[in-house]
Design a protein around this ligand. Structure first.
Ligand code: SF4
Ligand code: SF4
Length: 299
């Protein structure tokens, strides 16, 4: 039986494509972006989230864990993530909701049941379903089955992707999906590798493929002052002006996902970076317009 791992199903979403949508966030991503808002989506396996501020160090999780993956040291809970099998036993005994598993398994039928609940809203608003992540292509078989099931039900499908997958996968999904929300981060490969952990070669190539296929594409560019603004954005606009791009969304950097890093006990590397000002965003918007692109601030 085909099973997929899902971190969240967000209903009534209005920023992930046209109309009112259900956004399904699939677990697993080959990138490791410094500013990632969903760090719990990166690992393809299920994992424990831990809220230190809710924890009373009662020690129940330590007692109940069959793998010795939790201990109390100097009055603090230490999670040994290398020993954790995400069995969930500790969660059942935590009275303070300080623990949670990220990554629930669904069959295609179970997930489609959730998606279909809001068909009436999709019909009225011109919305549909958006498969996001993580990177939805990291669960290609599951994604393909979901796209097919959605289209069979007449539901509009958007794919929110980093673009890092094989060109064969891109073509396959593009032959069925209606819209791509496509991330563009750096034009320079060295910078791309530094801040995301991977090369941009395949990502740029796949975007050209989608453009050649005349797909509807919203290119989404995070704007992070001091990291990818300035020359990089000019080069991005130059690259995009020759492609068939429906829309460019400039997404101002924000730190909303920062507290999720503490739940996974990993470091957030962009602590010092500032959010762009309205004036900075307006200047960038005008620059993209000069290249003849249909551009807007926000999703
Ligand atoms: S069971 Fe919950 S509240 Fe108790 S120590 Fe573990 S995480 Fe903290
Ligand atoms: S999920 Fe299971 S293995 Fe992991 S800490 Fe909890 S009880 Fe231990």
């Amino acid at each position: 039986m085909l099973l997929g791992k899902v971190i969240n199903i967000q209903k009534y979403s209005i920023h992930d494509g046209p109309g009112i949508r259900t956004s399904v966030f699939l677990k697993g991503c080959p990138l490791n972006c410094w500013w990632c808002h969903n760090p719990e989506s990166q690992c393809s396996e299920k994992e424990i989230l831990y809220w230190e501020d809710k924890c009373t160090t009662c020690g129940m999780c330590v007692k109940k864990c069959p793998n010795g993956a939790v201990e109390i040291k100097d009055g603090k809970i230490i999670n040994h993530r290398d020993k954790c099998t995400a069995c969930g036993k500790c969660i059942d005994f935590c009275m303070n909701n300080a623990r949670e598993i990220s990554g629930k398994e669904y069959t295609v039928e179970e997930l489609m049941k959730e998606v279909e609940k809001d068909t009436v809203f999709y019909d009225e608003s011109g919305g549909g379903v958006t498969f996001s992540g993580g990177e939805p292509f990291s669960q290609m078989n599951f994604l393909e089955a979901l796209v097919e099931a959605s289209k069979n039900k007449g539901i509009h499908v958007a794919i929110d992707t980093t673009g890092l997958t094989s060109s064969e996968n891109i073509r396959k999904i593009a032959s069925k999906a209606d819209l791509f929300l496509y991330d563009l981060k750096f034009m320079n490969d060295e910078e791309h590798k530094k801040y995301t952990g991977v090369s941009n070669e395949l990502i740029l190539q796949n975007l050209k493929i989608l453009s050649d296929m005349q797909k509807e594409i919203y290119v989404r560019i995070p704007v992070i002052p001091g990291i990818n603004d300035g020359e990089n954005l000019k080069k991005s606009a130059e690259f995009l002006k020759d492609l068939n791009i429906t829309k460019v969304n400039l997404l101002p950097y924000h730190k909303y996902g920062m507290d999720k890093y503490s739940r996974l006990e990993i470091e957030y590397k962009l602590k010092e970076e500032k959010e762009p000002t309205k004036e900075e965003m307006d200047n960038i918007l005008e620059m993209f317009k000069k290249y003849g692109l249909n551009v807007k601030i926000g999703g």
